[in-house]
Design a binder for this molecule. Structure first.
Ligand code: ADP
Ligand code: 3PG
Ligand code: MG
Length: 380
């Protein structure tokens, strides 16, 4: 079973474990039917076998999550070869074994045929529940999969595909898009696909300043993606009637500034916008949570939410998302920082229709890219 346990680890302890928890339904299903489950994942982008990229802390966290009812998660410090085969030979029905980081072999990312064969030889059935890494054509996501007769989608991968396909191809109307954060470059392809289908597009976060500058506003020292200015200008001229931009801001001289001010329109020289202002919050919140029905997709925080002084916009959008959900909208959240922002806002995972596990994969899927790790699975 390919999983994406590429999570943040600090001093040997797993931070956010959402990706780990989301694989539990599939693991439970397989073990309850007597399967011996072998889990394979990458972690980070190691150059060589380095301790800080070991999946051992993940085995520990997974053991804690699955609880005391089962035997502890087994862990082996390799992902192919004799040591792994020995461990598998010792497994009984219902046991779970986590293999060491696949990327300790450079062959993994090269989709190397020999490595794929070695991986595939470990098991009888292939399951992919790693949507967030299925945009990669690697041995574990593609080459090895092709060597199995039975290659199945895990429950979380299925849910991701189902929700993201809905958003991408036929969003339940009205379709509202909320975009923030900093990485315009990574988000453009997805936006080109989604903006034409959206009824309203609300832009916040640092991304808003590139649009405001394109519109002729003064943006002070706010973060601007100069390269993407022409794109923003074009988007505004084609879709200006549905794109909403902040009309006021929380500005300061630096993120550490102890005094912040609310400004309307232009940002004064020497200052930067770090959050959307109250008037913008009201406009955006009314649009997101005001009615219910339709679909709302949110990617990217509305401000530098990590600092309390600049978290108000993001907290209000997160709460409006929850309100929209309770009022019957289909709500989707994507992006690592956005999930973090949602949590800090006090919105629970079950107050959103779907929180994507993906970063790059989700954006690629929404842009219409082919996902090798999905297409390789049996159609049914
Ligand atoms: P995601 O991971 O959800 O896709 P991004 O990585 O694009 O989101 O952006 C998240 C980051 O954007 C956060 O760390 C946040 O501090 C930063 N950010 C949001 N608004 C601003 C702003 N106005 N100025 C500077 N940084 C911002
Ligand atoms: C992710 O975190 O986006 C996935 O695990 C893929 O990781 P990668 O970008 O290193 O391939
Ligand atoms: Mg991010």
């Amino acid at each position: 079973m390919r999983v994406d346990f590429n999570v943040s680890i600090n001093n040997g302890t797993v931070g956010e474990d959402y990706r780990i928890r989301m694989t539990l339904p599939t693991i439970e299903y397989l073990t309850s039917r007597g399967a011996k489950v072998i889990l394979a994942s990458h972690l980070g982008r190691p150059e060589a076998r380095e301790a800080k990229f070991s999946l051992a802390p993940v085995a520990k966290r997974l053991s804690e999550i699955v609880g005391k009812l089962r035997p502890p998660i087994r862990f082996v410090d390799d992902c192919v070869g004799p040591a792994v085969q020995d461990e598998i030979a010792k497994m009984e029905a219902g046991d779970i074994l986590l293999l060491e980081n696949l990327r300790f072999y450079k062959e993994e990312e090269k989709n190397d045929p020999e490595f794929s064969k070695n991986l595939a030889s470990l098991a009888d059935i292939y399951v992919n529940d790693a949507f967030s890494t299925s945009h990669r054509k690697h041995s574990s996501t593609y080459g090895a999969a092709t060597l199995f007769d039975t290659r199945l989608a895990g429950f979380n991968l299925s849910k991701e595909v189902q929700y993201l396909t809905m958003i991408r191809d036929k969003p339940v109307k009205p379709f509202t898009l909320v975009v923030g954060g900093v990485k315009i470059k990574d988000k453009i392809a997805a936006l080109e696909h989604l903006v034409p289908k959206a009824d309203k597009v609300m832009i916040g976060g640092a991304a808003a300043y590139t649009f405001l500058k394109a519109k002729g506003f003064k943006t002070g020292n706010s973060m601007i993606d100069e390269e993407r200015l022409p794109w923003a200008t074009r988007a505004l001229s084609t879709y200006g009637d549905k794109i909403m931009l902040p009309s006021d801001h929380i500005a300061a001289h630096s993120p550490a500034d102890t005094s912040v001010t609310m400004v309307k329109g232009d940002i004064p020289d020497g200052m930067s916008g770090y959050d959307i202002g109250n008037e913008t919050i009201e406009r955006y919140s009314a649009e997101v949570g005001g009615k219910g029905g339709g679909t709302v997709f949110w990617n990217g925080p509305m401000g530098m939410f990590e600092r309390r002084a600049f978290s108000n916009g993001t907290i209000n959008i997160a709460k409006s998302m929850a309100l929209a959900f309770w009022r019957g909208s289909k709500t989707l959240i994507g992006g690592g920082d956005t999930l973090e922002a949602m949590k800090r806002s006090g919105v629970a995972e079950n107050e959103v229709s779907h929180v994507s596990t993906g970063g790059g994969a989700t954006l690629r899927y929404l842009a219409g890219d082919v996902m090798p790790g999905v297409t390789v699975l049996n159609a049914r």
